[in-house]
Write a protein that binds this ligand. Structure first.
Ligand code: SAM
Length: 191
């Protein structure tokens, strides 16, 4: 089976060009992006969240799958990185880019319950998972990547990932599946 994506967001090549030019090496890989688009398409009119915008590759994939009435909130601590995403995707009225820490966003969000959350930084994944899940509506999708070992990880990171994966089956309100595919994913549903 050839599992390379058959689709691509129109802005992706330019975003990845900026990633290469600026040395940003943390954009999601294309199979993950294709799955993000596919899952985003399952939530027409929904409210979708990305924690950790980076320079916008994941957001481009999510927007590629989203219906015209769906909304994406993408949160990033680093204003310089998020400005790149804004430059490529900011004209899309469905996207809202929020520059703040994921912790602050989790503490202050008062909008509609989320239909999908792609968590790509520590809060909402290795930290504060219950707080993130409390914002997802029943049936909402939870997805994280980078669960398989990477050469760039700091020495303590494998233990962090192992702890996260070990506790997932006993996490209340979440039915999840670890996937040894792409960079290593967990796809879950809020129950
Ligand atoms: C793996 S990269 C994101 C890649 C992006 N989601 C994609 O798919 O292309 C993680 C990003 O999270 C940001 N980040 C790290 N800690 C954060 C925090 N506490 N709150 C918000 N963003 C954070 C980093 O600055 C970095 O840009």
């Amino acid at each position: 089976m050839d599992d390379r994506p058959r689709m691509k967001p129109p802005s992706l090549d330019a975003i990845l060009g900026d990633a290469a030019a600026t040395g940003f090496a943390m954009s999601c890989e294309e199979r993950t992006g294709s799955l993000l688009a596919t899952l985003a398409a399952s939530k027409p009119g929904g409210t979708l969240l990305e924690l950790g915008t980076g320079i916008g590759a994941g957001a481009a994939w999510l927007l590629h799958g989203m219906s015209p009435a769906a909304r994406l909130i993408s949160v990033e601590l680093d204003a310089t990185r998020q400005a790149v995403a804004q430059r490529h995707l900011g004209a899309d009225q469905r996207a809202q880019f929020v520059t703040c820490s994921a912790d602050h966003w989790l503490d202050t969000y008062t909008g509609p319950a989320l239909d999908l959350a792609y968590v790509d930084c520590r809060p909402g994944k290795f930290q504060r998972l219950p707080d993130l899940l409390s914002l997802l509506m029943p049936g909402g999708i939870y997805i994280v990547d980078d669960m398989l070992p990477q050469a760039t990880w700091p020495p303590d990171h494998q233990d962090r990932v192992d702890q996260f994966l070990t506790h997932l089956p006993s996490t209340p309100n979440l039915l999840s599946t670890p996937m040894r595919w792409a960079s290593g994913l967990v796809v879950g549903t809020r129950i």
